[in-house]
Write a protein that binds this ligand. Sequence first.
Ligand SMILES: [Zn+2]
Length: 356
Amino acid sequence: MKQTLTHIIIILLFSHATALGKTTNIKKITTDVITITPGKKQLQTLGWPNDIINSIAVRTNEGIVLIDTQNSPANAKLIKEAATDYFNDSTFTYIINTHGHSAHSGGNCVFDQNRIVAHINSADEIKNYDDLFLGQTVEYLRKKIYYQNNVLDTIHTENALSDSINESIDLYKFYEADLINNYRVRYADLTFQDKMKLTPGNKTIELSYMGKGHGNADIIVFIVEDKTLCTGNLFHLGAYKTEEMPSFYLNRVNEIDKWIATLSEFLEKHHEIDYVLTTHGKKPFKRENIVFINEYCKAVRDAVKQAKLNGQSLETVQDIETFNSFFSQHNNILRVNNEVKEMHARNIRIIWQYIE
Ligand SMILES: [Zn+2]
C-alpha cells in the first residue's frame, strides 16, 4: 500500500499556478509527452462525465504542441503555465482541438498568437460555446448566478441537488471572470477535411477525421515518434466505470462505416502504438484497445445489417447472447458486466436507427 502511494505521488507532480493559487496534475507519458488536467476544484462537472479533462502537451525542438485547451480560458491559462514550466519552454507551435466541444476548445483564445488546428466542422461546435458563455454578457451570467442562489435558498438540507446548484454557481462565476478578462471565442485557423500531417521540428503529427458520431468534428491525433495516440472524447472512452467499453451517441448522426474505415487504415499503418490517451480517462490505453473498438464496431454494424436482412427484431440483436462469442474472444480487454450489457444494448439501438 505504502509503495503504491509513493508511486502515485511520484506520478502526480503538482505544479502550482501561484497567481490563482490553483493546481494542475501532470502525468508523464513519454520523455516528450505529458497529460495535464486542472485540479478537481477548477473542473465543474456540469456537462462533463467526470472531473478529468486531460490536455496533452508534446515537446518538440520548435516549441510545444498542445492538444485540447480545456473548458475555459481560466483553465487553459493553468495548462499553459504548467506546460511552460514542465518543459522550460514558452513557445507553442500548434494548438490542436480534437473537436469543437467546449472541454476541448474553450480555452483557444489564451493562445491568440498560435495556430489552432482542427477539423473543418469544428467551427459550428465552437459556436455553441460562444452562444452559451463567452458570447454572453456579464449581466446575463450574473442573472443566472442570482437565480441559482435564490433556488439554493429554498433548499434547507445539503444534498446532491444543492451540490449541483453550487457547482453551477461556480461555473457561472468562472465564466463571468473570463468575460471580465475580455476573453473571446477563438476558432481554428488551420482546418482540414480528412487528413493532415504536421511536422513541428523533430516530431511528426498525423491527424485523421473519424466521421460524425460523438460530434461532427472528431479527429484522432498520432504523435509518431512517441507512438502516442490521442482520441479526445471519442466513444466516451474512459468516461464510464468500464473504461474500455465504447459508448455510441444517441440522437446524432453516426457514421459507423467511416469510424471503421479510419481506424482500420490507422491500425494497418501503425503496428506499434504504446499509449492511447483520452480526454476524460484516468489511464492510458494500448493499441489492443483500439483494435477491440474497431472489431466491436464491425461486429455491431454486421449484426444489425444481418438482422435487418433476416427480418429479425431489434431485441434479438440487443440480447447479449448474440455477442457472447465476440466478448469471450476479447475477454483480455473487458469482462461483460451489467454496465457493459446496458451500454451494448444502447449501442445496438443507436446503430439500428442509423443503418437502413
Ligand atoms: Zn465532446
